[in-house]
Design a protein around this ligand. Structure first.
Ligand SMILES: [Zn+2]
Ligand SMILES: [Zn+2]
Ligand SMILES: [Zn+2]
Ligand SMILES: [Zn+2]
Length: 305
């Protein structure tokens, strides 16, 4: 061992007695007001925003929620970072032990904070501990890009995503609430688990994503068409849609309710909530020598009263 070093191993013996809840209890006796002042002073923060900053984990910068941990020297960190720190304080390298920072947890309780999506239009404020729960369901939280072809990490509000679909994914945009689409594929037997097409419809001042794709249910190759609503679920329920595909006097009709794009493309697909056409029937509808897929899908979107 290097003399005078302060690695975790050496500290293990000399500081192990500190690692109990007595420390936290003593700290906890300080009134919240005093706690704000003393913590603020220690970190050189003068504004009340300083309290908010104190609640940011020094390692990952996320807001900390109980249990908030601290090392024997008072460095605080969140419970996720405590696990990855392997009992070694990331700031001072001392052994972490199991010390909770109850004072900070109490201070947090007294805070009212704005929703993190304030800049996107949410003007509510929340007690610290209910803020996280609200944000998971906040109607202003950004949407994920609905494009299904590849994993796309773009998020944003609906106008942002509509512009993104146009510019970056070159998605077809159509105005109107009826559609008549032809899907043609030269080698339908080569397509497995492939996402084919996304078309966006603009009607009722809203946008709808029509997905058409090939995949397999078990060993059966199928084509599936379904509609997703660019907005939240409660609004999606105000709409209905129908899809029709057929030829030679046969017809398949699907009527459904568009799913919100909050539900991932894969989730909707796997729940089979759409028009499903088995490949053999799709090729029968295509006519000819069954070597080419030619499907005409018609549909309509309407608003329920
Ligand atoms: Zn952290
Ligand atoms: Zn430390
Ligand atoms: Zn909110
Ligand atoms: Zn995208």
């Amino acid at each position: 061992m290097a003399p005078g070093g302060s690695t975790c191993k050496e500290v293990l013996e000399s500081h192990s007695t500190v690692a109990n809840y007595d420390t936290a209890k003593v700290v906890n006796n300080i009134t919240p007001t005093k706690a704000i002042v003393s913590f603020g002073g220690k970190h050189g923060l003068s504004s009340t925003n300083g309290v908010h900053e104190l609640l940011e984990c020094s390692v990952c910068s996320n807001l900390m929620y109980p249990p908030i941990h601290q090392c024997p020297n008072g460095h605080t960190l969140c419970s996720d970072c405590k696990i990855t720190a392997h009992n070694c304080c990331p700031t001072c390298r001392y052994e972490l032990g199991d010390i909770r920072c109850l004072a900070l947890e109490k201070v947090a309780e007294s805070l009212e904070l704005p929703c993190r999506y304030q800049s996107l239009g949410c003007h509510d404020t929340f007690p610290y501990y209910s803020k996280l729960k609200h944000e998971q369901h906040c109607r202003f939280r950004p949407f994920n890009c609905p494009y299904a072809g590849s994993e796309c990490s773009v998020t944003g509000d609906i106008p942002t995503l509509v512009a993104h679909l146009k510019e970056d994914h070159r998605v077809d945009m159509h105005d109107g609430c009826t559609f008549n689409h032809r899907y043609v594929k030269m080698n339908p037997h080569e397509v497995e688990n492939a996402t084919w097409m996304l078309t966006v419809f603009n009607c009722f001042g809203k946008q709808f994503c029509l997905h058409f794709e090939a995949f397999q249910i078990g060993v059966a190759p199928v084509y599936m068409a379904f509609l997703r609503f660019m907005g939240d679920d409660d609004e999606a329920k105000n709409f209905s849609y129908s899809l029709e595909v057929g030829a030679n006097g046969r017809k398949l009709i699907w009527q459904g309710i568009p799913r919100s794009i909050r539900d991932s493309h894969r989730k909707v697909r796997d729940s089979q909530d759409g028009l499903i056409i088995h490949r053999s029937l799709a090729l029968y509808f295509s006519g000819g020598d069954r070597q080419e897929l030619k499907l005409r899908v018609t549909g309509r979107i309407w608003k329920e009263q």
